[in-house]
Design a binder for this molecule. Structure first.
Ligand SMILES: [Zn+2]
Length: 159
């Protein structure tokens, strides 16, 4: 199955830190450089090309998972709202971004966020400090676990 454009899949096996996991899902954070601390990703364990490729079980779970993660991202970061997007373009392994949208920072608003994302990737503006991003991700996982246990989530067995 073709996965990433370059033939390597960074999510499979998860080459990233897994903050929470279930039989069908993993909670990750956006890798550095990340524009905003608290930028999380929810990914399927299996390769899925998009939302229309989810299994019936995954499709039933994705809504409650995203609702819980969005609530936790908002609580942890103090964001007024969150965004949820998925492209699966660079990596053909379904991953849904949950992004804090700060009311006092216009660069986190709507499509301005895309500009900020690209400027961060080009190192034109500083990313969130890795320590802050890591701390926020751990806090989101801790906050979300109570709601996600019912869906089979737990802290990873290793790491
Ligand atoms: Zn993969």
């Amino acid at each position: 199955m073709a996965i990433a454009v370059d033939g390597k899949c960074p999510f499979c096996p998860a080459a990233q830190t897994v903050y929470l996991e279930s039989p069908r899902w993993v909670l990750l954070r956006h890798l550095d450089p990340v524009p905003i601390a608290g930028w999380m990703m929810v990914a399927t364990r299996e390769h899925r090309s998009g939302l229309d490729a989810l299994s019936p079980e995954e499709a039933a779970e994705v809504g409650p998972i995203l609702a819980a993660i969005a609530e936790s991202v908002r609580a942890v970061t103090g964001a007024e709202r969150t965004y949820g997007i998925t492209f699966n373009e660079a990596v053909r392994h379904l991953h849904l971004h949950v992004i804090p949208r700060h009311g006092d920072d216009a660069s986190t608003t709507s499509w301005a966020l895309a500009d900020r994302y690209r400027a961060t990737a080009r190192r034109e503006i500083p990313p969130a400090a890795a320590d802050d991003a890591e701390r926020a991700a751990r806090a989101v996982a801790d906050h979300a676990l109570a709601k996600l246990r019912a869906l089979g989530f737990a802290a990873p067995a290793t790491k």
